[in-house]
Design a protein around this ligand. Sequence first.
Ligand code: FES
Ligand code: FES
Length: 136
Amino acid sequence: MAYSEKVIDHYDNPRNVGAFDAGDENVGTGMVGAPACGDVMRLQIRVNAQGVIEDAKFKTYGCGSAIASSSLVTEWVRGRTLDEALAIKNAQIAEELALPPVKIHCSILAEDAIKAAVADFRARHAIQGAGASSVT
Ligand code: FES
Ligand code: FES
């Protein structure tokens, strides 16, 4: 099955590839793997003092659909609150990228990566007992 144009676009021109300092208290890091194929996706979000995701980066070792899914969600989470980011569902990703059924798990990986990044950010702040601190 051929990749859709949107998958190829994100694969050729991935948005927001890279990493933030995982030790930065304003950053949440989600690392997830797909049991079906062994692909790995890392998504990081940077959250501002208002609890809004102001930036996101990813690194994905995987197929074109996984790379496209993670590239897409770095765009989609920007400007959203954590709860709004958690509302992004793999079905929306799969629909946007026109993923075939065999590639649905690639979009699930991206949804799981968002959840993991938000959970990491929240755990980090629960431990510190403080809300998001100011970003300069
Ligand atoms: Fe994921 Fe091919 S199975 S890269
Ligand atoms: Fe496994 Fe895409 S993430 S084939």
